[in-house]
Ligand binder design. Structure first.
Ligand SMILES: Cc1ncc(COP(=O)(O)O)c(C=O)c1O
Length: 467
């Protein structure tokens, strides 16, 4: 490769490469719905495609672009695909991707006010916009994180700062049996023993049982333990179940406990009237996790936690460093609100999306996802070989094969797993499997602005055909 004065190519070449990269991305998006969704492969198969020795002399950007689009993309799992119905999809949008390009191209530092005041200021605006979007008070504090898992960690760290380090010995926190594993990971990372997290039983719709919660809290207090933190789900990962938010908020207010709502999956349902009604009470949380890289259609790498108590948050994270003594103490230095110092302009994808498209347009797509999830449920229910685990409370359709006469549960479950594998091998759609009440089930999620009614009909037709 030709020597350059800096690592950058000359201006004309930069333009040419930039246009070439965008052209490739647009081509990829243009045919997304007709590409295969995903494929299984072994480490050696994928290494054969992408592994190379460390280049001593570079191949040049153009060759690297070609390599990526020819060798990596064809075998990628496409979470942007309109028929990616597995896990909780993280589909991005072109506006979100453009924001990320702005962040990568201008490289703001968003850890401190002095390091990047305009983009920090933009993050404060976006935090307010997100709060307004989901109906949460916007006069508290918040921070954009790399995802929902870190948002849950930040919330728990703030609660620990509020309730004291004594909770490390005898603190108890409560999350439903269906709650996300990131809550346990957060507790472990913050130094809590495994039995500090109590998994509260759920009802027949897989929602936390508040009576049970109340009983356990009283029993734990009577045993000299310190209940301090309750995490409820605004849309569980497994089935989209919404825990009783108002009732738990009343309980936490009465017993003076920190209420955290994990709305990483479901929070942006509040863009719509239907979602707001389902999530009534979410605004009463002390802390709230939402995940813009899920139902707000920005590229992966953006979660968010909003809190009422800015002091608890800053107590949890601020540390004095001599080399940062020039920072203005009265402004928001995001390094005091989370675990990172150097922080990227992850705000820019959310800002670009919300500013370019506006709340109403996003709401239209969330509404459509609700409608298409109900359609999927109806189409699946219409085939009497299947049964729904529950009516979808959000946009997860959990279902399973009905047991055939005399069939063991093991054999029935094997047919669920086999169907998932067959759809994966077929490549036209992707689902995932889980366990509910100890029984295997399939999960079909609709959460993508690119998914049309035709996609849902096509996916369910494949499921029926391959079953
Ligand atoms: C309810 C819930 N909480 C937390 C998370 C973790 O979020 P992330 O994957 O962004 O770390 C997820 C991810 O699917 C989730 O569904």
């Amino acid at each position: 490769m030709k020597r350059r004065p800096s690592l950058d190519p000359d201006l004309e070449e930069m333009r040419r490469l930039g246009h070439a990269a965008i052209d490739r991305i647009v081509e990829h998006l243009a045919s997304l719905g007709e590409q295969r969704v995903a494929r299984r492969g072994t480490a050696s198969e994928f290494a054969a495609l992408v592994d190379e020795p460390l280049p001593e002399e570079g191949f040049g950007e153009e060759d690297s672009l070609r390599f990526f689009f020819e060798r990596v993309v064809p075998s990628m799992t496409r979470v942007n695909h309109p028929r990616f119905h597995a896990y909780i999809p993280c589909p991005s949008s072109f506006a979100g991707a453009l924001g990320e390009i702005l962040a990568a191209g201008t490289n703001p530092f968003v850890g401190s006010w002095l390091g990047g005041a305009t983009v920090s200021s933009l993050e404060l605006t976006v935090l307010r916009w997100i709060a307004e979007t989901v109906g949460y008070p916007s006069d508290g504090a918040g921070i954009l994180t790399s995802g929902g898992s870190i948002a849950n960690l930040v919330a728990l760290a703030a609660a620990r700062a509020k309730f004291g380090r004594e909770t490390l010995d005898s603190g108890r926190m409560y999350v439903s049996e269906e709650g996300h594993a990131s809550m346990n990971r957060a507790a472990t990372l913050l130094g809590y023993a495994p039995d500090a997290v109590r998994r509260v039983p759920v009802d027949d719709r897989l929602r936390m049982k508040p009576d049970h919660l109340r009983r356990w809290i009283h029993e734990d207090r009577a045993a000299g333990l310190r209940p301090f933190f309750v995490c409820v789900n605004a849309g569980t990962t497994n089935t989209g179940a919404i825990d009783p938010l108002e009732e738990t908020a009343d309980l936490c207010a009465e017993l003076e406990l920190w209420l955290h709502v994990d709305a990483a999956y479901g929070g942006f349902a509040a863009l719509t009237e239907e979602g707001r009604a389902l999530l009534a009470g979410m605004d009463r949380a002390h802390s709230l996790t939402v995940d813009p890289h899920k139902w707000l259609y920005v590229p992966m790498g953006v979660g968010c936690v909003l809190l009422r108590d800015a002091e608890a948050l800053e107590t949890a994270f601020s540390e004095h460093s001599d080399y940062l003594q020039d920072l203005p103490p009265d402004e928001v230095n995001f390094l005091d609100r989370g675990p990172e110092l150097s922080r990227p302009g992850r705000v820019l994808s959310v800002w670009m999306l919300l500013r370019s498209l506006g709340r109403r347009e996003l709401a239209r797509h969330v509404e459509k996802d609700f409608r298409l999830a109900r359609l999927a449920a109806d189409l699946i229910r219409a085939d009497d070989r299947f049964e729904l685990v529950d009516e979808p409370q959000m946009t997860v359709v959990a279902f399973r094969h009905r047991a055939q006469a005399g069939e063991t549960e093991e054999h029935r479950a094997a047919r669920d797993l086999e169907l998932m594998e067959k759809t994966l091998a077929d490549g036209g759609l992707m689902m995932s499997t889980t366990l509910t009440g100890g029984r295997t089930a399939l999960r079909f999620v609709v959460m993508n602005h690119r998914t049309t009614e035709d996609d849902v009909r096509r996916s369910v037709a494949s499921i029926r055909e391959l079953s």
